[in-house]
Each structure stands twice: as C-alpha cells, then as structure tokens.
Design a protein around this ligand. Structure first.
Ligand code: 3PY
Ligand code: MG
Length: 253
C-alpha cells in the first residue's frame, strides 16, 4: 500500500530495513524487491556519495521500499541534501547532546521548526506530491533519527528526545559497546549495551518518539522488536554478496 514511512511508525508497525553500502542502484533496487520494508543508504561507513544517493533513492523507490539515508558524522548539510534527493528518513550518527540534536533537526525541518532551505524538486516527485503538498507534509513525514551510541548520548537522552523536530532515535550497538567499555571491547551483545538499549527504548516510547536498532543477527531483530524498537536494520549488501560468492565457490570443492 502507499502508506508513508511516518504513518507506519505512528501505527506502531515494524519496518525492517536492508543496509546498503554499495553505490549501485541495481543492487539497492534488488534489496527493495527482495521484500524489505525499507533500504538504508549508508554515507557514514558505506561507499555512498551524493551521486549514488541520488541514483539509489530512485532505485529503491522503483523497487517499492521506503527510502532512508544515514549521513556522515556532523553532516547536517548532507541531511538536507538527502531529504531533497527523496529520503523519507535521515539517520544522523553520533548525536551526543541536545545541541547536536538541535543542529540536525534544524537541517531537516522547514520553518518554523527549523531552517531547511526550500527546493524539494526531486523529493516531491519521488513522494508523488506537488511542491506545496510536500511543504505541507514534510515536517511531520520526513523523519529525523538521532543515533545514540555513546554514554554522553545516553546521559543526554531526555534532552535529545525533547528537541522539536527529532522524530526518533536509532541505536548503534557497535559504537555503543566500544564507547561504554572505553575502547576495551567491540561487543554489540554486551550486558552494558543491553541495559542501555532497555533504558533507551523505555524513555523513547514514553516521549512518544520512534526507535530503531542496528541488528547484527536475526535473533537481534526479534529481541529488538520484542523490546519495542520498530525500525530494525538487518542485511547488508556487501557481506551478503560476498557470502553468496563464498558458498558458490565452496560448492565446487
Ligand atoms: C553501530 O553499531 O555503531 C552503528 O552505527 C551501526 O551501523
Ligand atoms: Mg556507529
């Protein structure tokens, strides 16, 4: 159906997003056609740039999935650009304070909420809207997700959730394990991460905001959904393709 991504989260629906690191529109389209609810194009650790975002957002739309972009750290100018290129949600990494959250929300939302500059030429087309229709809906329908992946962010969570224009949070358990352990261990399944994840979901739902989680395993997807997370990232193109090639070669042995 033609429900918006925002409408799905408002209805408390779960959306599983595949994770795209390859700047290849046909691969992004294939991930969408595989049946994922959304595809997230990763400009932080993926190989994407502004050009591949432009082409892959259209390919994801063609494949029938919702369109999400993760920007680089502090890349608020890119947040506006990703929204203009047709992203329905933007995920910003390393949002560690209310000030970080305010700067991100400011780039994502039109006045009076923020200072996103006007020009959704491509975004309105992908949304199937006129430009005035896009303007009327964008502040509530184009979502800003702040990544919580440090102890500073967990400590500032109440303030981050209170920033107007921040629609949700997104947990990065890899970085969170690294920062919570002061660099001692990369362990997204640590007890410290699990405790933080419980605290984050409780506060986020109480604040009426949406919550997402980066899931390494299918078990993580089930556990995060059971906790109340609704945007679940799982399935990355490069390792999936590499694994399939390994299996293909192994069958010759
Ligand atoms: C993390 O786990 O830190 C992430 O950012 C997931 O991509
Ligand atoms: Mg991270």
């Amino acid at each position: 159906d033609r429900k918006t991504l925002a409408a799905r989260f408002k209805a408390d629906e779960t959306v599983v997003t595949a994770w795209s690191v390859l700047p290849a529109p046909v691969v992004a389209e294939a991930m969408a056609r595989a049946g994922f609810g959304a595809v997230t194009l990763d400009m932080q650790h993926g190989i994407h740039d502004a050009g591949s975002i432009r082409d892959c957002l259209a390919a994801v739309a063609l494949g029938g999935a919702h369109r999400i972009v993760r920007i680089p750290v502090g890349g608020n100018a890119m947040a506006s650009r990703a929204a203009d290129a047709g992203a329905e949600a933007v995920i910003a990494p390393m949002i560690n304070s209310a000030d970080d959250a305010k700067a991100f929300a400011d780039a994502m939302k039109y006045p009076p909420l923020g200072s996103r500059s006007w020009g959704p030429v491509r975004a309105s087309m992908l949304a199937g809207q006129t430009m005035p229709e896009y303007l009327a809906s964008a502040n509530s329908e184009v979502l800003a997700f702040a990544m919580i992946e440090t102890p500073e962010a967990v400590a500032a969570l109440d303030d981050i959730l209170a920033v107007p224009g921040i629609d949700g949070v997104f947990v990065g358990p890899g970085d969170l394990s690294l920062t919570l352990s002061k660099g001692a261990a990369l362990n997204p399944h640590s007890e410290a991460v699990r405790e933080a994840a419980e605290l984050i979901i409780r506060k986020t739902r109480a604040a009426g905001r949406f919550a997402g989680y980066f899931c390494m395993t299918p078990e993580d997807v089930k556990a995060a959904e059971a906790m109340g997370y609704r945007l679940l990232a799982h399935g990355m193109d490069l390792p999936v393709i590499q694994g399939a090639f390994r299996d293909t070669l192994a069958r010759l042995a």
